[in-house]
Design a protein around this ligand. Structure first.
Ligand SMILES: O=C(O)[C@@H](O)[C@@H](O)[C@H](O)[C@H](O)CO
Ligand SMILES: [Mg+2]
Length: 402
């Protein structure tokens, strides 16, 4: 079997998605998500100008060899652009292998470890009351896990609070919008939010929160301790993670479970955090961490240290990535939870897929491959629209973490 051609499809059904399609001499094709929110066209060029020429003529079944060729052969290893491009190739090759074997990809990865994949919904609101009301609607929809994000009094905006309660898209403008941030104001609100949520939602539902990289380690230790009475499922991205020692300090002050890794793109970003048990969930996901081949290695390493998976699954990861992630989630022993931000109807029409939501879980495809397709005619109706993620400034103007 040989790869005969490949193309990159850019579409914007409400937000930009980049999809790699690899064709073979036996008429079977595979899809890979290559979307990097706010920097999409850099991955398009990396694939079109540097990767695709190297794929033509290769045997698509040699997934690991092609992965090693693209990783070691680039010389300039790692990074979000490189690893998103490698991920897209990897997903597409697994898709092809599943189609040829006439099996869903999870069967090629060892079969199911569970029937469904627990996902979490995204309750958000401008006030604590608004957020709790939305959280109750998610509980009524059958979610067993709900992320809580609410507005901060005195701040015009904050991460995770959207105008539309079912869909959240942070890349909102042709040039980066500048938001204002106050850690002090934020730290006053979150414990009250969780107290109200436990009161309203009861003891069983899993409650999550995304700090989104905005605290210092000692502030994160304080927030973690403040939340302990409400037993959060996790506190995500409590601090920026370039300095992995940050998490050592947090660990000394709180037992609140820690999740990190959605912006990681290789095992090297998370090795020390995992082997020193400084985190409880690793958030690396298929599209930004080198694909299924590499993510399986991260999960196996994490399993040795009792760290569970919690893959990123925001709207800027396409249904192709979600389909791949669910084949991964259902087949790893140390699965924790899968993020599931619903895509819009327009996106789902461009990317018809087999997975579906049921009683708080996502049910994975039983069809061969990843269980997702792309309707190129519909995709062509939505041309690329440049959109940036916001930036954050402190109230004194200091450029901060968004
Ligand atoms: O946990 C999450 O889903 C967030 O951190 C994302 O919404 C993140 O802000 C976006 O994926 C960035 O593109
Ligand atoms: Mg996050």
């Amino acid at each position: 079997m040989k790869i005969t051609s490949a193309k990159v499809i850019v579409t914007c059904p409400g937000r930009n998605f980049v999809t790699l399609k690899i064709m073979t001499d036996e008429g079977v094709y595979g899809l890979g998500d290559a979307t990097l929110n706010g920097r999409e066209l850099s991955v398009v060029s990396y694939l079109e100008d540097h990767v695709i020429p190297c794929l033509i003529g290769r045997d698509p079944h040699q997934i690991e060899d092609i992965w090693q060729f693209l990783y070691r052969g680039a010389y300039w290893r790692r990074g979000p652009v490189t690893m998103s491009a490698v991920a897209a190739v990897d997903m597409a090759l697994w898709d092809i292998k599943g189609k040829v074997a006439n099996l869903p990809v999870y069967q090629l990865m060892g079969g199911k470890c569970r029937t469904g994949v627990m996902v979490y919904g995204h309750a958000n609101g401008t006030s604590i009351e608004d957020t709790i009301e939305v959280a109750q609607s998610y509980k009524a929809m059958g979610y067993k896990a709900i992320r809580l994000q609410c507005g901060v009094p005195g701040l015009a905006s904050t991460y995770g609070v959207s105008k539309d309660k079912m869909f959240y898209e942070p890349a909102d403008a042709d040039l980066p919008t500048e938001n204002i941030w106050s850690t002090e104001a934020y730290l006053r609100v979150v414990p009250k939010l969780f107290a109200a949520a436990r009161e309203a939602l009861g003891e069983e539902v899993h409650l999550l929160h995304d700090v989104h990289h905005r605290l210092t380690p000692i502030e994160a230790g304080r927030l973690g301790r403040d939340l302990e009475p409400y037993r959060p499922f996790w506190m995500e991205d409590a601090v920026v993670a370039e300095n992995q020692d940050n998490f050592r300090l947090i660990r000394q002050h709180t037992t609140t479970p820690l999740a990190v890794g959605e912006i990681f793109n290789s095992i090297w970003d998370c090795k020390d955090l995992i082997q020193n048990q400084l985190i409880d969930y690793i958030r690396a996901t298929v599209v930004h961490a080198g694909g299924l081949t590499h993510l399986k290695k991260i999960a196996a390493f994490a399993d040795i240290y009792n760290v569970r998976t919690g893959c990123h699954g925001a709207t800027d990861l396409s249904p192709v990535c979600m389909a791949a992630a669910l084949n991964f989630d259902v087949s790893v022993p140390n699965f924790g939870v899968q993020e599931y931000m619903r895509h819009t109807d327009a996106t789902d029409e461009v990317f018809p897929h087999q997975y579906y939501f049921k009683d708080g879980d996502m049910i994975v495809n039983e069809t061969p491959g990843l269980g997702v397709d792309i309707d190129e005619e519909k995709a062509a109706k939505y041309p690329y629209q440049r959109a940036y993620l916001p930036v954050n400034r402190l109230q004194d103007g200091t450029l901060f973490n968004w």
